[in-house]
Ligand binder design. Structure first.
Ligand code: ATP
Length: 209
């Protein structure tokens, strides 16, 4: 069966940890398309050094351009301007792509809470999951949780052999605000975008909406 991978996140900003995950999905699970899905963040919820929807989408697009051509970006959740529930997004893409198996890509930290997400049991029953190890996350607990999902919900979970990169968006935002280099953590085009648009510059800055 043909497969589509969907990778949701805040991507604030997108970094090489995210890219190594989605590229491993394409390589190992042979996704015909792998879709980066930046989540909508309400302007009222933006923290002080958080980038707005437009900037996060633009950075995801820059990163996708440099990756393999099966990787693309969707503005579906951002355009929706509502709370982005993964269950609703995946259901919409299932409707758009009949005959495809839908896979949601995620890191080990997200796996731990998946059953508590909106319509968690249905999510776990109806869709497949591509899991990427994230350094520093509770591996033993993840293993247990994975076994629980498989047994309780019959969830199909594939483990990716991604290059493990200890990178987080939080660390990147902090580094930029402290004037430290972020080269090697994000693609060069994304780094340039961050500097040219003055993102994450100071802890007291509020991103324009
Ligand atoms: P923040 O530091 O702002 O919480 P983040 O770096 O965790 O951000 P998100 O956009 O919140 O990034 O994550 C989206 C998805 O990417 C999640 O499923 C998360 O587990 C996964 N992910 C993030 N960083 C990595 C990484 N270095 N390796 C593997 N997976 C990752």
């Amino acid at each position: 069966m043909k497969k589509i991978g969907i990778f949701g996140g805040t991507f604030d900003p997108i970094h090489f940890g995210h890219l190594s995950l989605i590229e491993a999905g394409v390589r190992e699970l042979d996704f015909e398309r792998a879709i980066l899905m930046p989540a909508h963040v309400s302007p009222f919820k933006l923290e002080q050094i958080t980038a707005n929807d437009r900037d996060r989408l633009a950075m995801a697009e820059l990163a996708a351009k440099e990756s393999c051509d099966r990787i693309e970006v969707s503005d579906f959740e951002i355009k929706n301007e509502d709370i982005s529930y993964t269950y609703n997004t995946l259901s919409e893409f299932r409707r758009r792509y009949p005959g495809y198996e839908l896979w949601f890509m995620l890191g080990t930290d997200s796996l731990l809470t998946l059953d508590k997400w909106y319509r968690g049991p249905e999510l776990l029953c109806e869709f497949c999951f591509a899991l990427a190890a994230r350094p520093g996350y509770r591996q033993a607990e993840c293993k247990q949780k994975r076994a629980y999902y498989e047994k309780t919900f019959g969830t199909k979970i594939a483990e990716l052999n991604n290059r493990q990169l200890d990178i987080s968006s939080t660390e990147i935002r902090r580094s930029v605000s402290e004037g430290k280099s972020i080269s090697g953590l994000v693609p060069e085009t994304v780094e340039r975008y961050i500097h040219e648009h003055g993102l994450y510059r100071s802890l007291s800055q509020r991103a324009s909406v």
